[in-house]
Write a protein that binds this ligand. Structure first.
Ligand SMILES: [Zn+2]
Length: 310
């Protein structure tokens, strides 16, 4: 009798434990397992196929490079980019991660700043006036990021870079150069190369996945401010051409301009990263357009997105 009771008790305890830890040893979410196996469900592959065809047909120019990623799994759905794993300067696309590195060391308290334009080192001659982190991201204010990076070293950026899957900036790089500022790409090739060496070089594929990681970490301190800056960018900031091209939805955008790395040399290349739709991104599109600023590359990114919107 006692043995039966003990057996029953054991059964209850085991059942309870099983209920508490269901399917232990198989803890991957469907998203994770899909990302790991590399398999894409049929609906996604159909979308990838038609997006790929549409982009190849309607955006044929040699000047345009792009990566289209599934925002949930990070899988590349379509691409046209020579060596997307080779690190290159990406200009202001690094700003969100620089801002997080700053936050890490300042309890995520960000300064307020008055941008006076040329005199405080901004690309916009008459300046942006009062800026906080969110508007500095939206309008890509260089003056704000000069203040944020004034005493920053590559070593300080390193932990944040690692957390977002980025390789760290080269040890010698410090200050505004970390945010893609300072080194000016002059017409002269050797000067341009020197400016190139003094930048945080990041591979296009890695920066695309780092922006997906921002979405996954949306509730972490600092990240929310950056994402709302990206939403503002697409609506009225340097990425405004993105929302303008989209009839039905909003997007998150970040633009950047960086020294050109094409064999056919131009002073700079424009970059735009777009996540859409803004509320719950399904896709990420990273676009580079040869020889124009980032705010203009945003127009191409918006048109591409409009063409393929799922
Ligand atoms: Zn500014």
């Amino acid at each position: 009798m006692v043995q039966v009771r003990i057996a029953a008790l054991l059964l209850i305890v085991i059942t309870g434990l099983l209920a508490l830890f269901p399917a232990s040893g198989r803890t991957q979410s469907p998203g994770q397992s899909r990302a790991n196996s590399g398999a894409i469900d049929p609906g996604t592959s159909l979308f990838a196929q038609s997006a790929s065809q549409a982009l190849d047909r309607d955006f044929l120019s040699d000047d345009i490079s792009f990566l289209l990623l599934d925002a949930q799994t990070g899988a590349v759905l379509a691409s046209r980019w020579d060596h997307p794993e080779t690190p290159i300067p990406l200009g202001s696309l690094a700003k969100p991660f620089i801002a997080l590195a700053y936050g890490e060391r300042h309890e995520f308290k960000y300064p307020a700043h008055i941008c006076h334009g040329t005199s405080t080192g901004c690309w916009r001659p008459r300046g942006h006036g009062a800026v906080d982190l969110t508007s500095a991201i939206a309008y890509s204010c260089n003056s704000y990021f000069r203040v944020l990076t004034a005493n920053m070293t590559a070593a300080e950026v390193s932990p944040t870079a690692t957390r977002f899957g980025l390789s760290s900036p080269a040890p010698g790089i410090s200050g505004p150069a970390l945010a893609g500022l300072g080194g000016h790409a002059a017409g002269n090739r050797s000067l341009a190369n020197r400016a190139l060496e003094n930048q945080w070089l990041i591979s296009p594929l890695k920066i695309a996945r780092a922006y997906l990681e921002l979405i996954r970490r949306r509730d972490e301190p600092g990240v929310r401010l950056i994402l709302s800056g990206m939403e503002q960018s697409a609506r009225q900031g340097t990425g405004a051409e993105v929302d303008r091209a989209l009839p039905r939805s909003d997007a998150l955008a970040k633009t950047g301009t960086a020294p050109c790395t094409h064999p056919r040399h131009a002073p700079g290349d424009g970059f735009t990263v777009v996540l859409a739709p803004a509320g719950q991104p399904k896709i990420l599109l990273l676009v580079r357009v040869h020889g124009i600023p980032g705010a203009q590359a945003a127009r191409t990114a918006g048109q591409m997105l409009r063409r393929i919107e799922p």
